[in-house]
Design a protein around this ligand. Sequence first.
Ligand SMILES: [Zn+2]
Ligand SMILES: [Zn+2]
Length: 428
Amino acid sequence: MSIRRLLTAAAALATVVVIAAALGLDIDVRIATANAGDGPEEWSPTAPFPQREVYYPGTEALADDEMRVTACGTGMPQPRLKQAAACFLVELGNGDKFIFDMGAGSAERLAALGIPLDQLNRVFLGHLHIDHAGDFPAFYFTGPVNNRLTPMRVWGPSGVRPEWGTKVWVEKMLEMWAWEKAGRGSAVDPRGLELEVNEFDWTAVNAVIYQENGVTIRTLPAIHLDQSVSFVLEWKGLRFAFSSDTLPNKWWRAYTNDVDLAIHECFIPPDYMMARYGMTPSEAVYVGTQGHTAAQAFGKIMSLTKPRHAVCYHFQNDFDTAPAVLSEIRKTYDGPLDLAQDFMVWNVTKKHIRTRMGVPNHESYPAPPQRVKYPPDSMKAYKWTQFSLSGVEPESAAVTNKLIEEFNKRNGTDIKPGITGLPFRDEQ
Ligand SMILES: [Zn+2]
Ligand SMILES: [Zn+2]
């Protein structure tokens, strides 16, 4: 660019910025530059070029009136690399974060966002199917080794029978993983394994189940083999509705009108389920239209409730299924719509709703601890049997002990080998 052109461009840009400032407009200077009428501009080879249509987790602060929703699972019970089972993360401008459903495979999606686990300790389960709750045990039990130092809190529905409800489900989970908790659980800061269970009446209609820090979450009954619920979160005038699994129902219709973001399940047509899953015709029709919401029925309930933005999930969203689902929905709904995929992200304010795809970190490590760690004495916390202790191979143990000695020298520590130091250690 010649000096004269540069000066002209600078003058044009200055004019735009001054006019914008006078009008109180928040104009992006880079866009103003591009539109200054002085031809295309070559981008600096050293300045970052803004990738506007993707979201890089961990790079954007939320405005204090903004909600960000990230799809961490949009698929089915059938495992696949592309889509984990149901899970949506809601982050609010006040710093609060909420996980809705935690289907199998979703914990790794959450981890890929790089959020400290102390900030991810509120989980709301719409029902206790594996594809909506299957990763909760993994997320809970591995929390402390991923630096969670605050108690986990979980909300879920009661059961038609008490033993089918969330409270007993959690009790049995703890029993089932008793050895995990006794062994690995004894080698970590115990605070991360504290657990608060909040079971609520699955038939309650629009009842408040959470109210803290300006955030209200209500439950709606869902029609999905009983004891299933949907949720509506409200904060600063923004409303987010999540169906979990349900047929379109009268409670959703009555209480989700005009929500800002409605995420509702929706299935591929039964013909696809026969072809792809090997289902019989009656299986496909039952699962695809009675146990779940058919795409046309999804469109209908969205037309009736008119969310600002509708999102359908719970199907394999591929090059061939997406057009089929879309054309079915468009027979009954012509409003704003996304067909969810894992890592789709919605930024919601009163003014705008923006959809982008997130770019997750495939090689994530846990975020650092948010509080001072107090690890227990893991060498003594778990009582090893004499059988295992007697099996340590002595020459390899000597190598390991030397390694610990060198570690101590490097780090100024005084850690004693526990198991490999057996020949020299005190009797427990
Ligand atoms: Zn289900
Ligand atoms: Zn499901």
